[in-house]
Design a protein around this ligand. Sequence first.
Ligand SMILES: C[S@@+](CC[C@H](N)C(=O)[O-])C[C@H]1O[C@@H](n2cnc3c(N)ncnc32)[C@H](O)[C@@H]1O
Length: 459
Amino acid sequence: MQLPEKFIEKYQRLLGDEAPTFLASFDQPSQSGFRVNPLKAAPQATIDQAAGKVPYVPTGYYGGVDGRSLDHVTGAIYSQEPSAMYVGEVVDPQPGERVLDLCAAPGGKTTHLVAKMHDQGLLVANEIFRKRAKVLAENLERWGTTSTVVMNESPADLEEQFPQFFDRILVDAPCSGEGMFRKEPAGIEYWNPDYPAECANRQRKILASAMKMLKPGGILVYSTCTFAPEEDEQNLAWLLQNYPDLKTVPVKKYPGMDDGRPEWADNNPAIRDAVRLFPHHIKGEGHFIAKLQNGDLVSVEAAAPAKRHRNKKKRRQQRPSLDKQDQAEFTAVRDVLLPDYQPNRLVTFGDQLYALPKEMPADLAGMTILRPGLHLGTFKKNRFEPALAWALATDPAACSRVLELSHDQWRQYVHGDVVTIDSPKQNGWYFLACDGHTTGFGKLVGTTIKNFYPKGLRF
Ligand SMILES: C[S@@+](CC[C@H](N)C(=O)[O-])C[C@H]1O[C@@H](n2cnc3c(N)ncnc32)[C@H](O)[C@@H]1O
């Protein structure tokens, strides 16, 4: 791989004798991996083809993933390189907590966090760029979460909405991406000797917003996929200097993982508590992860109540509650498909119906929200049409009406074709399942399943 001359010189200076093996690792193939979704049935077919288990991630495996496989399309697995998987383990969120993933798209870490939370509590997944936030929302729908809210705010706007709100915050920062060069070689084109310092400035602004949203005693995890000390150790040093209540929490080091390097910042020995994942020491790409805990005392400034913020951007209008007709139309479908389902709080945005996680503030005015919770469906003229997200978040064993599809029928379904069954059953809505995974909804008329797989996802 053709690396910039200044990049090579920099790491020769920093790594000394180790530089040749470090630089040689760029000519090795990148390491792929995937995580299994513990919220769903085990994706045995994919697990059987894995090239071994990732020792530091209970749900992690080495090996590639077929993006069109049943396991991937139904969210039973997520493709993620092995080093990136360690971030979710370090965050270690607990069921019932309020967690923020501030730079979340496309959702690798978010899917990991929500799995570790057993989908209980509140996970706010935020992404500043709209297009990327949409991809994030799609990936989370596939994963089948009910406790996640997808937002599309800048960190500075978000801090106004959630002062001292979160038990844990992950800042998986936009960075110079040096650790991903062999996976995404195009990243090399953006690199110049000043780029890490530019990224570090942006990262400090994001971290300052994160600190305003962190509860006293809360946990902040800062991660990057770069080797640059400016963005790694030097930003950790900056945090410790500017937020004296913050203390590092030692990150567990598995064989092949390295300490943070105090000598690459201000020599604060606490920097050793962070972890570096180097591709010449571990089977994975380059990563840096630091874990910190906030002090228990609340400063007066940080505790000030949230300013409700003006928002000039056009928003989908949240309606305060369902009207009687909406309620009746939703209940009619719910009673057929999943009679025991009791959503926590229903909210409509335009003609879309969502179930909000319990911990989400009730007043959503002024927030740019792409998914305020689980998308249940759409109100059409005099009827309610259930959404794919609802199916993907539901265990087929809990459904009262399921049609089991063969693999061939599933392929017809995701292709958008009409699927037929052998003998007629009662007409109406059904969950569709294949190999233990819910795959969507269909409406049965005689022996024909009307296809409701979203047009944009068909393949
Ligand atoms: C390293 S990526 C996140 C990867 C993600 N956590 C995952 O595991 O899939 C960083 C994200 O930060 C976003 N970003 C870029 N500039 C930003 C800014 N100024 N503030 C917040 N996020 C930003 C990028 O769009 C990108 O999605």
